[in-house]
Design a protein around this ligand. Structure first.
Ligand SMILES: [Cu+2]
Length: 100
């Protein structure tokens, strides 16, 4: 499972995922649909190419820096129950209000 499943960060934040299990997971950006309310399993997914990494075992990590505001959905390509969202918000301290 992804913990937390829903996260909010500011633009410019580097997010690191760590695999805490001795099995392979992926961190794949893209859309997922049809998540069952009871089981949490999605029915379909489509990668969008923003990021994609295979974490082949315990202790493997992947980092990605979010440079644009927006809602980023991602999933584990192997496990249908692993679906999550990162919301990237503008940096309030920036003069531009939305860029670093
Ligand atoms: Cu997985």
């Amino acid at each position: 499972m992804f913990h937390p499943t829903d996260t909010t960060v500011e633009v410019g934040t580097t997010v690191t995922w760590r695999n805490d299990e001795p099995i392979t997971h992926t961190v794949t950006s893209g859309r997922f649909e049809g998540v069952d309310k009871t089981t949490g399993l999605r029915s379909s997914q489509k990668p969008d190419g923003t990021f994609e990494e295979k974490l082949s075992g315990k202790g493997k990590t992947f980092s990605f820096t979010f440079t644009k505001p927006g809602t980023y959905t991602y999933y584990c390509d192997i496990h249908q129950g692993m679906n999550a969202t990162i919301t990237v918000v503008a940096d309030a301290t920036s003069p531009e209000g939305n860029q670093k």
